[in-house]
Ligand binder design. Structure first.
Ligand code: ADP
Length: 301
C-alpha cells in the first residue's frame, strides 16, 4: 500500500516508528508536512499537492495533527476523504476530540464515567459552580492548557474561589472538576485501535504531585486493566468516532472515569513502557480496513 503520514516533524519518535513499521510490512511510506500541502477542491478532480506534485494513488493516511494546527490539518485530512482515501482517524473525529468540552458532553451523553465537572466562562455565581462538584477540594482547569499546565488543585473553598476569580479575569474558559483524591496522582493511558485496547500503561506523578504528566516528572509503567476499565476506554473512543485513540482514565471510588480522549496519542511512552509494537498495530489496522468506501462518520455531535 501507499501510506502517507501527515506529520510536521519527520524526526519525532512516533513518525519514525510508523514509517519503520510500514516499511517492515512492505508498504511505501511517505511523511508529508500537511501545513505545506495545498489543495484543489474542484468537484471532478480533487487533489492534495505537495512539493509541486499531486499526492496520487494514496491508499491510506495516518494523521498526526498538532493541536495548534487542527484547523488546517483537518482540512487536509478531509480533502483525502473527499478523494476516498482511508484515514486512520477521520477529520470530523479529530476536530471533535480537540474540543475538551465537546468531548465531555459527548461522553456524558453516552453515560460513560466522568469526574463530576462544571464549566463556565464568566459566571458571577462562583459558589454555585463550586457546589456543582460538591465543594472543595476540587480541580480547576484552563481549557486551553496541555501537559498539566493550567491544572490547579484548590484544597479549600476560599482557594477555589480565588483561582476561579483569577481565571475569570483572564477571559478564559474554565472547567471545575471533582478531585479524584483516591487516584493518588496516577492515571492510566489506554491505547485503543479499532475498538480494542492494544496497550495500557499507568503514569504516576512525582512525589507530592497530583498530576501524572510525564512532562512533569511522572513515571510510566505497564498496567493490567480491569474489564470495566477496558470497556470504558473502548466506549470512549467509539463515542468520539476515533479508530485510533489514547484514552486517559483515573481510578475513582465510583469506577473508572475518563479525563481525556486524544486523537494523536504519542507512541514513544506507551511502546517503551509496554514493549507492544503499537506502530505495527496501527499499520495492521490500515491493511485490514483501507478498502475504498470505508470513510463514514456516524457520530452526530
Ligand atoms: P492536561 O490535558 O493538561 O494534561 P489533564 O486534565 O490531563 O491536563 O490533567 C493533568 C493531570 O492531573 C492528569 O493526568 C491527572 O493525573 C491529574 N488530574 C486532572 N484532573 C484531576 C482530577 N479531577 N482529580 C485528580 N487528578 C486529576
Amino acid at each position: 500500500m501507499k501510506i502517507v503520514i501527515l506529520s510536521q516533524d519527520a524526526s519525532l519518535y512516533s513518525t519514525q516508528r510508523l514509517r519503520e513499521a510500514g516499511e517492515q510490512r512492505g508498504h511505501e511510506m511517505r511523511i508529508v508536512d500537511y501545513v505545506r500541502c495545498y489543495m484543489n477542491i474542484t468537484s471532478h478532480k480533487p487533489a492534495v499537492i505537495y512539493q509541486g506534485n499531486p499526492l496520487d494513488d494514496v491508499d491510506a493516511v495516518i494523521p498526526r495533527i498538532g493541536a495548534s494546527k487542527t484547523f488546517y490539518g483537518t482540512a487536509v485530512v478531509r480533502q483525502f476523504e473527499v478523494m476516498d482515501v482511508f484515514s486512520a482517524n477521520e477529520s470530523q473525529a479529530i476536530s471533535r476530540s480537540r474540543d475538551k468540552l465537546r468531548c465531555l458532553q459527548i461522553l456524558s451523553r453516552e453515560g460513560i464515567g466522568l469526574p463530576v465537572t462544571g464549566f463556565a466562562h464568566s459566571t458571577k455565581d462562583i459558589d454555585g459552580l463550586i457546589e456543582i462538584v460538591g465543594g472543595a477540594p476540587l480541580v480547576i482547569k484552563l481549557l486551553e492548557g496541555t501537559q498539566g499546565i493550567g491544572v490547579v488543585l484548590a484544597e479549600t473553598h476560599q482557594a477555589a474561589k480565588s483561582v476561579i476569580e483569577a481565571f475569570r479575569g483572564l477571559d478564559a474558559n474554565i472547567l471545575v472538576q471533582e478531585f479524584i483524591k483516591e487516584a493518588g496522582g496516577m492515571d492510566i493511558r489506554c491505547f485503543v485501535i479499532n475498538d480494542k485496547v492494544v496497550a495500557s500503561m499507568k503514569r504516576q506523578g512525582a512525589e507530592g504531585e497530583f498530576r501524572s504528566n510525564l512532562h512533569r516528572g511522572g513515571k510510566a509503567e505497564k498496567i493490567k486493566l480491569t474489564p470495566e476499565e477496558r470497556s470504558t476506554a473502548i466506549r470512549a473512543a467509539k463515542a468520539m468516532g476515533l479508530r485510533v485513540a489514547g484514552v486517559d482514565l483515573l481510578r475513582s471510588n465510583h469506577g473508572p472515569v475518563v479525563m481525556e480522549v486524544n486523537s494523536s496519542p504519542g507512541i514513544e511512552g506507551i511502546e517503551k513502557a509496554t514493549d507492544v509494537d503499537v506502530a505495527g498495530k496501527i499499520i495492521d489496522f490500515l491493511e485490514k480496513n483501507a478498502a475504498k468506501g470505508k470513510n463514514r462518520d456516524r457520530i452526530q455531535y
